[in-house]
Design a protein around this ligand. Structure first.
Ligand SMILES: O=C(O)c1ccccc1N[C@@H]1O[C@H](COP(=O)(O)O)[C@@H](O)[C@H]1O
Length: 598
């Protein structure tokens, strides 16, 4: 399907109108559509995480471009002047180079471009682009340029865009003047343009919403369907509402303490003797883990929906504590379901939740762990759905939960991407995160999914070994089925009964996996590796002593796999580990299992 870019956005209502576009453009060059870095940075907060944010420049210096890329931040750069090859090659994000097309001779120039993409446009009038004029598309006939690099612009609008796509078969179409009325962007024209450009496939996209390939969906009882649909609509509205995004980011900064550093791990780098190792410090968040990023987002959404009662599940207790914390902050009633086994393992977190004013319900059914806590929380939601929001803690459950949790956690990957560019001037080679349901991992991976040079590794819990019956290695050993409202990969027996998962880490012993992870595994974009309890415990000791950071047992799985991955990497390479949480909650387990230390 041809991608769509809407260029020259200056107002948040038009950024929202363009939410179905694949890319949006901010013009920093002289133009009636010019914006400052500060304006673009504010508007960028309202752009969906999977939309490219492209800055348009005309003969700017590399310093200006780099500073703008960092500050907004931008994911791509469009050069619309006479920029030399050296400048094109020096830019660290993908580059689009624009060419004015008057003749076949101009078309031949495209082939020599050093940019990732070439944009063909009519010659500018007052400014270097955005003139609203069409060039002769037939000049592109027989051009040898790779169509996967081709972007067509120049005087496009809803009525001619299908013809342009038919004649030129580009990777992307780009519009500015054609979605304006009297010099100002027009939301209705933006919608119409996107709909036309995407043609019939737009309908398909809408129908498939809530699925990642074949995974996901809304497999819930009828009694929950109304609430799920209401939530879907409410999230869609909130996602595009600048005020909601502003409030969410306000709490991330002022209450959670973001942004969190991307720390260079010097001693670990030296000890492993391979790549430069960086740590994304989710352990520094208020409450000690990444869970609060999502809890804040969902609590704000619940209040927007007029719901002031919250139910949640918790495994390791981190999500329970994050939810209880936010409920205290916003004065919401809070019930947390927690498996009896986890209540025992995570005594400290149980007390924290109670101290914060939450009611903790111990679940004795099944294996009395995370899966059973989710079951009970869902049951509670069914009977209290009118005034209660289910604040799920991982990228699990029926649509829109997996998408919503991913979006709220994507702040991890977005910050990491910006920070590594600041530290190293380029993207990392490998990024690792642990995976239970998969929320810290999907938040870290999602902003990197399109960057094919970045290897992504999810680390699941192998417990006592994947060839024993005591593990939680869903992607290594699981098969397709439905759990907690979504089609996913899970551990089950031949008759479809869900098996007990095991991991010493209470946050990873879930028998399923978020549907987006199942999809990313299928298409080979993310590799999933198992790490045993023993390997994770060894990593706890190494990491604590080399870096002075006691990691959560969950995060230690990612660290253990990182050490393995580092063996095949050189000192020229960069590896990033998501330290999803700190180990305070695991002290009793560490004291018990790390013989000789207690
Ligand atoms: O849009 C502008 O104001 C602009 C200014 C300077 C350079 C490029 C600009 N926009 C780009 O111009 C083309 C065509 O736009 P239009 O649809 O013909 O108005 C497009 O690539 C914009 O990204």
């Amino acid at each position: 399907m041809t991608k769509v870019k809407i260029c020259g956005l200056k107002e948040s209502e038009h950024v929202k109108a363009a939410e179905q576009a694949d890319a949006i453009g901010f013009v920093f060059a002289p133009s009636k559509r010019q914006v400052t870095v500060e304006q673009a940075s504010e508007l960028a907060k309202h752009v969906p995480v999977d939309t490219e944010k492209i800055g348009v420049f005309v003969n700017a210096t590399i310093e200006e471009i780099e500073k703008t890329v960092m500050q907004v931040p931008l994911t791509m750069v469009q050069l619309h002047g006479d920029e030399p090859d050296e400048l094109v090659e020096a830019i660290r994000v993908p580059v689009i180079q624009a060419f004015s097309i008057r003749s076949k001779e101009d078309v031949r120039k495209l082939e020599n471009s050093k940019a990732d993409y070439v944009l063909v446009d009519a010659p500018g009038t007052d400014y270097r682009g955005g003139s609203g004029r069409v060039f002769d598309w037939s000049l592109l006939q027989n051009a040898t340029i790779d169509k996967k690099r081709l972007i067509v612009a120049g005087g496009l609008h809803a009525e001619n865009v299908r013809a342009a796509i038919g004649q030129t078969e580009p990777y992307m179409v780009d519009v500015s003047s054609g979605v304006e009325t009297e010099g100002r962007k027009d939301s209705e024209k933006i919608h119409k343009f996107i709909q036309q450009a995407k043609g019939g496939s737009m309908q398909e996209t809408i129908e498939k919403k809530g699925f990642f390939g074949k995974y996901g969906g809304q497999f819930v009882p009828e009694t929950l369907m109304k609430a799920v649909k209401e939530l879907e609509q409410a999230y869609e509205d909130a996602k595009g509402d600048p005020e909601f995004q502003k409030e969410y980011h306000h709490y991330l900064k002022e209450y959670v303490g973001r942004e969190q550093p991307l720390t260079y791990a010097q001693r670990l780098t030296e000890a492993w003797g391979g790549p430069k190792v960086y740590l994304k410090r989710e352990d520094l968040n208020h409450t000690g883990a990444h869970k609060i990023n999502n809890a804040i987002g969902q609590a704000l959404l619940a209040m927007r929906m007029g719901k002031r009662k919250i139910v949640a599940e918790t495994g390791a207790g981190q999500h329970g504590v994050a939810t209880a914390t936010i409920c205290a902050l916003f004065d919401l009633e809070c019930v947390i379901f927690m498996g009896e086994e986890d209540v025992k393992r995570q005594e400290l977190n149980v007390f924290r939740m109670k101290l914060l004013g939450a009611r903790v319900e111990s679940v004795t059914k099944g294996s009395a762990t995370l899966k059973d806590a989710v079951n009970e929380a869902l049951r509670y939601w069914v009977t209290n759905v009118e005034d209660t929001h289910y604040l799920i803690g991982s990228a699990l459950g029926p649509h829109p939960f997996p998408t919503m949790v991913r979006d709220f956690q994507s702040v991890i990957g977005e910050e990491t991407k910006r920070q590594i560019l600041e530290h190293e001037g380029r993207l990392p080679d490998t990024v690792l995160a642990c995976v239970g349901g998969g929320s810290n991992a999907i938040g870290m991976f999602y902003p990197f999914v399109k960057d094919e040079s970045v290897k992504l590794i999810g680390v699941e819990a192998a417990g006592q070994g994947v060839d024993t019956e005591k593990h939680a290695a869903t992607l290594t050993k699981g098969s397709e089925g439905v759990l907690h409202g979504a089609f996913m990969k899970l551990l089950q027996d031949d008759s479809g009964q869900v098996l007990e998962a095991h991991s010493l880490s209470a946050g990873l012993d879930y028998p399923g996996i978020g549907p987006e992870h199942a999809y990313l595994a299928d298409i080979g974009r993310v590799q999933y590796k198992p790490i045993t309890d023993e390997e994770a415990l060894a990593a706890v000791v190494t990491f604590s002593r080399l870096e002075g950071i006691i990691p959560a047992l969950e995060s230690a799985h990612a660290i253990a796999e990182a050490e393995k991955a580092a063996k095949d990497m050189t000192s020229e390479e960069i590896l990033v580990i998501c330290v999803s949480g700190r180990g305070d909650k695991d002290m009793a387990t560490y004291a018990d299992k790390l013989e000789g230390l207690a």
